[in-house]
Design a protein around this ligand. Sequence first.
Ligand code: G6P
Length: 612
Amino acid sequence: MCGIVAYIGPKEAYPILVKGLKRLEYRGYDSAGVALLNGSLNIYKKEGKVLELENYAEDKNKTGNIGIGHTRWATHGVPCDRNAHPHLSRSGNLAIIHNGIIENYGAIKEELTQRGYTFESDTDTEVLLNLIEDVQNEEKLSIEEAVRVALNEVIGAYAIVVLDKRNPDILVAARKGSPLVIGIGKDEFYVASDASPIIEYTKNVVYLNDEEFAVMNRNGKLDIKTLGNIQKSPYIQKLEMDLEKIEKGGYEHFMLKEIYEQPQVILDCMRGRMNAEKGWIKLGGISEFASRINNAKRIIITSCGTSWHSGLIGEYLIEELARVSVEVEYASEFRYRNPIVNEGDVVLAISQSGETADTLAAIELAKERQALIYGICNVIGSSIARASHAGSYTHAGPEIGVASTKAFSAQVTILTLLALQLAQSKGTISQSRLRQILYELEAVPAKVKEALKTNDKIKEIAIKYKDAHNFLYLGRGLNFPIALEGALKLKEISYIHAEGYPAAEMKHGPIALIDENMPVVFIATNASAHEKIVSNIMEVKARKGKVIAIVNEGDKVIKALADEVVEIPETDELLSPLVSIVPLQLLSYHIALLRGCNVDQPRNLAKSVTVE
Ligand code: G6P
């Protein structure tokens, strides 16, 4: 949560900061602010989106070729101008931007208060900055040393950038638990929470590691040390990100663009990793640890949000195909409940951003207990990718819409390949069945493209049901996680209460909610459960519920029963989630749009959840 961006070099900083903040807005949009140094230190900050900041700063002095910017997802203190970053130190000499949480801020604040400090905001960040200033004054230290010493007193997570009015030629940045990347240009540096604000200026980047801090000098010198004061040599990497991939490309919203990218994303995800004709699958990230993964007695999948839903699909697939026992855990629960993890266990950590704090903590716990960590991440070089022993990238490209869509499909694709690869090496699948599934998988991108053609039909359905107060999503087998994901999409972006349930569980509770005002979405594409689903549909109809059914093309039985039917191409049942999720994503998109909601930036949410 929170996006940070900073610049030092010969250019004007403000346009770079504002453009960068817009790219990082997916990380939070409770407030936005910048600090610019041009002899004087000017701070402009405003509650709300970056646009509010731009309007506010329109007639202000925005010159300066060193500056820091922030877009906030509130943790300590309500969203308001006063709590917006950057924060200023008591003397007015230092300014800071921060992403993370300082857990012991209360104790530090008390100590500083006793020594006469007062605070303008309710944030932990302002406390940290004044600690830095206090250390600097008391111990007569340079700003970089003061940052280092102060951070050694801090418990929590942070990515920070500090600006010193008296030192206009340096920027100091540090990280622990929150991401930070430094872009290196000619005699200039860019700093950001991810590479998207940097990509158009330079492809040379350094990812700062935990407990490292960097001093960037206007003369082009970059100095990186650990908080223990050990010098590190910067490891410069080339960015592979594409600028056009982080722009809307003619679509009204990022979410819609990302939904439509799914055929290509699934294709990219499979590319070079399988061959149906020859009957092979090769997830490169496994090779080094192949025998440990193949011989795992148990696989634990841990993740959050949409990634947890793809984990549930992974469980069904791995158990069905490879006959290995799988448990799926919310990372936030796993990390705090003393779970049983044995040395031979393999932990699959799934994360689009690769930065989710709970998932990272779950990994650390599993590592302590000697498990092998297999990471499935979208963001290259992200913390989870780096914390894993082995892994596969989903290669879905940057996902900007806060509600995850294409990353989900990519995760499910990887999990399918993983389940098949495990099954092949364990001998739990025949070569002919394996090739049959692989051929079907090759056909999935085209089927997803077909499923996207339901868009107009879905729009009509959205118009009819947009004012409902509740929605129920029901599915069986692999379509149960799809029901959960469909409900989550609707909740996230349209603010309609929605619940996903296994269809057969309806009779144990949710059925009491059904009346003529309750739309019930059935995901009914699995042939093996067709009759059962038909019975569930009858039960809903008998109570006057409105049935919206997602079915395979040509399903006359359900067509005759349902109020609305969306037909999608049939595929192998094991692969059906990749196709059946599409109409549900579109349904949530259109309902949210019709209700006037901000589709890409839903209230209270953030894309990258770097706090617990
Ligand atoms: C947030 C996002 C979700 C995402 C979840 C897990 O809640 O809004 O879209 O599924 O975090 O994120 P991760 O990056 O770990 O997949």
